[in-house]
Design a binder for this molecule. Structure first.
Ligand code: CUA
Length: 340
């Protein structure tokens, strides 16, 4: 209640006019109250700064020694002044303290009826599991105006899940579950970041949150539950394009952190140690699960093992195969399997 009064008052005076210019978009009600508190901190800091530094500069000039026998009067304290410079900051700190606790309680009290989504952080990406069985990678959707709870875990190292537009952030820790909640009020796409340095591709560890009208969200769930029924190569394409592969590899043959994917299937790969191999099923499988085993010539050993299931591996392999068979120069390298 107190927090509401503070934030309403503050919004009225300072924030509303400028919110969109100095802060990111406010995607939730909570982000507004956080911005109000933040605005209060900025304004009070600014006033203190002007009073302190301004006063210091002013006094330095006003009481500058002007003649050789200029001497400072011997002052032994001023009770009223000392009381004020202690009491005013005390009041300001108490306001920030109480206001902060109220917002923190709103942030941490998970609504009981929230729509739950399981989130898994891994090097380097985010996976999302819905109760209906839908699983997505690098993208997730929620209905607008519904409290959503994220239950989060990590596969290996510390990550941190951050949605700037909602002003919420939480470490994602191996071995335990952590959680966040939000109630998005505006449909649209929102950027998710990892904000805990977690290795080479930390800065590419992104995801998109889609906030949708309830109908669109239902359709999105249905669409994504159909992914299991898609042709293998089509599923493979989704895994590559919506997952983390594309943060280091281009679909074209253009190099990124790693080699481009075009023309991969059946090509002769030359490795840093001078050996070579044909890109077939086992090569692709090994390069995903044990990327350090064969490093393509001219590239650094930077890729982390990707946590794909057997069926995801198959789908990705089929994708590369399908890419090649749309190419005339294709030869059937599946035969290599039997020759080895
Ligand atoms: Cu995950 Cu940084």
């Amino acid at each position: 209640m107190l927090g509401f009064i503070f934030s309403s008052l503050f919004n009225l005076i300072f924030v509303n006019a400028n919110a969109s210019t100095y802060m990111p978009f406010q995607g939730t009600e909570l982000s507004e109250s956080i911005d109000s508190l933040y605005g209060f901190l900025i304004i009070t800091s600014l006033i203190s700064f002007v009073l302190l530094i301004g006063g210091m500069i002013w006094f330095a000039f006003k009481y500058k020694r002007r003649t050789d026998n200029d001497s400072t009067p011997n002052i032994h304290g001023n009770t009223a002044l000392e009381f004020l410079w202690s009491f005013i900051p005390f009041v300001i700190f108490m306001i920030v303290f109480v206001w902060g606790i109220i917002i923190h309680k709103d942030m941490r009290n998970m609504p009981k009826d929230a729509f739950e989504i399981q989130v898994t952080g891994y090097q380097w990406g985010w996976k999302f599991d819905y109760k209906s069985g839908v699983q997505t990678n690098g993208e997730f959707a929620v209905p607008v105006g519904v409290p959503v709870k994220l239950i989060m875990k990590s596969d290996e190292v510390l990550h941190s899940f951050f949605i700037p537009a909602f002003r919420i952030k939480q470490d994602v820790v191996p071995g335990i579950y952590t959680s966040l909640w939000f109630n998005a009020r505006t449909p649209g796409d929102y950027q998710v970041f990892c904000t805990e340095y977690c290795g080479t591709s930390h800065s590419n560890m992104l995801a998109t949150l889609k906030v949708m009208a309830p109908n669109d969200f239902e359709n999105w769930l249905i669409e994504n539950s159909k992914v299991k029924d898609l042709p293998l190569a089509e599923r493979g394409r989704l895994i590559i394009e919506k997952g983390t592969c594309v943060s280091c590899h281009n679909i074209s043959n253009e190099r990124k952190i790693g080699p481009g994917f075009a023309g991969l299937w059946g090509s002769n790969r030359e490795f840093a140690d001078g050996s070579s191999a044909v890109a077939d099923e086992n090569y692709i499988r090994e390069s995903i699960l044990y990327p350090a085993k064969k490093i393509v010539k001219g590239y650094a050993n930077q890729m982390n093992a990707q946590n794909l299931s057997e069926s995801e591996l198959q789908a990705v392999i089929e994708y590369f195969k399908a890419q090649a068979s749309s190419n005339e120069s294709n030869k059937d390298t599946s035969m290599n399997l039997r020759e080895q």
